[in-house]
Write a protein that binds this ligand. Structure first.
Ligand SMILES: Nc1ncnc2c1ncn2[C@@H]1O[C@H](COP(=O)(O)OP(=O)(O)O)[C@@H](O)[C@H]1O
Ligand SMILES: N[C@@H](CCC(=O)OP(=O)(O)O)C(=O)O
Length: 376
């Protein structure tokens, strides 16, 4: 019988995420000792022939010393300045540490837009694939210096899950300053480690609200959300402390293992379901909901009852059932103004109807092709 943690031990492509608190000091600056311990673990796995990508936080915390700060800055501009001052040194530390093992590191800084836009996403995927092919260890972080409050990931746990989708990883390892998810705040007496989570419902009552270290951002909430994102796409997730990284990668019974809850889908579907940004909503009638969800057919104008939001052809829109619940997502082949003129019409009558209603003809066509649709 296979052990659940074999999924981690045997994974060929692994995304490891390390939090700020695990590679920097509480008052700022890179903690070289702990960074080298981490690179030792990554190098061992890489030299075994597996592919490891590292998502590393810590630029802001690393840059605090250059700015003369002893606390993580709260405002965006100072965070960006700290990240700018810190990212170079952080990357240099990784480059030097991996070199000791004969490995090269490649820096990849991503913005939320790189995930939202299909062309950027595909481009990022190509870059990462090339780095892996060349046996260069990708070291990924958010491009903090150009991110604004509205368009930032904010936490690297989500970024790590999206990177795991992007490269179709077999496993995601979230390394932090606590050795596992506990059934309450770990500082509360009597709380115990949760070794395995098979479905997110199992942990709905668990208190994950307390925030963690002085330099970290999301606490446990963002880690559980990241685990949910990755496991939904068939990726096993192991959450543990940086100190237990060796045991975690060896498949030992440490940390919390989140088992895959969904099947691996096509790359395009993964992107549509989790990374693309949604620009509008189409409300469908019951027949169209059944066609899209059960029979997985393309969506035709006749099944659309309402168009909400302003979008262009090629944008992502949510599909809702008559009660407004989102049931699917897809790439729409009409602008919103065009689509408004043909909703509810059969393909053969839509063109004429559009001409009579709007003046100019709209060539009636499929609203969303089945290949451009993902059921949620
Ligand atoms: N139920 C829980 N189990 C374990 N840790 C928890 C729980 N609830 C909150 N936490 C907190 O989450 C923290 C980890 O988050 P954070 O400091 O943001 O880490 P990182 O910098 O690695 O991203 C832990 O230090 C812990 O205090
Ligand atoms: N991009 C930021 C990290 C943001 C973040 O998610 O931090 P953490 O909660 O420590 O993983 C940085 O490099 O400082």
């Amino acid at each position: 019988m296979t052990e659940p943690r074999d999924a981690i031990r045997t994974a060929r492509r692994v995304v490891v995420k390390i939090g700020s608190s695990s590679i920097t000091a509480p008052q700022g600056g890179v903690d070289l000792y702990r960074l080298q311990a981490l690179t030792g673990v990554i190098a061992k796995r890489s030299l075994q022939g597996d592919q490891v990508l590292l998502v590393s936080s810590g630029a802001i915390a690393a840059g605090m010393t250059s700015l003369g700060l002893t606390k993580r800055p709260k405002d965006l501009a100072t965070q960006q300045a700290a990240a700018s001052a810190g990212q170079g040194g952080l990357m240099a530390a990784y480059t030097n540490a991996l070199k000791l093992h004969g490995l090269n590191a490649g820096q990849v800084l991503l913005t939320a837009d790189d995930m939202h836009r299909r062309s950027h996403y595909v481009n990022a995927s190509r870059t990462l694939e090339k780095l892996l092919e060349l046996e260069i260890v990708p070291i990924i972080n958010e491009n903090d210096t150009v991110a604004t409050d509205e368009i930032r990931f904010g936490d690297n746990d989500r970024l790590a899950a999206l990177v795991a989708h992007l490269v179709n990883a077999d496993a995601l390892i979230l390394l932090t300053d606590v050795d596992a998810l506990y059934d309450g705040h770990p500082r509360t007496p009597g709380t115990t480690r949760i070794p395995v989570v098979s479905s997110m419902e199992e942990i709905t009552g668990v208190d994950i609200s307390a925030t963690g270290s002085a330099v970290g951002t999301g606490g446990m909430v963002t880690k559980v959300a990241a685990a949910q994102l990755a496991t939904a796409e068939g990726i096993a997730v192991l959450l543990t402390s940086a100190e237990q990284a060796v045991q975690a990668l060896a498949g030992e019974d440490v940390g919390t293992l989140f088992l895959p809850t969904g099947r691996k889908r096509r790359a395009r579907s993964r992107w549509l379901a989790h990374a693309s940004s949604v620009n509008g909503r189409l409300v469908l009638d019951a027949g169209a909901v059944e066609a899209v969800v059960q029979r997985q057919t393309s969506l035709l104008p006749v099944g659309v009852t309402r168009v909400e939001g302003m979008f262009r052809s090629g944008d992502t829109v949510d599909l809702c059932d008559p009660s407004g619940a989102v049931i699917a997502r897809g790439l729409v082949s009409y602008d919103s103004t065009e689509l408004t003129r043909v909703v509810g019409r059969r393909l053969d009558t839509a063109t004429a109807s559009a001409r009579s209603r709007g003046g100019s003809a709209v060539a009636a066509r499929t609203v969303i092709r089945r290949d451009d649709l993902v059921v949620l």
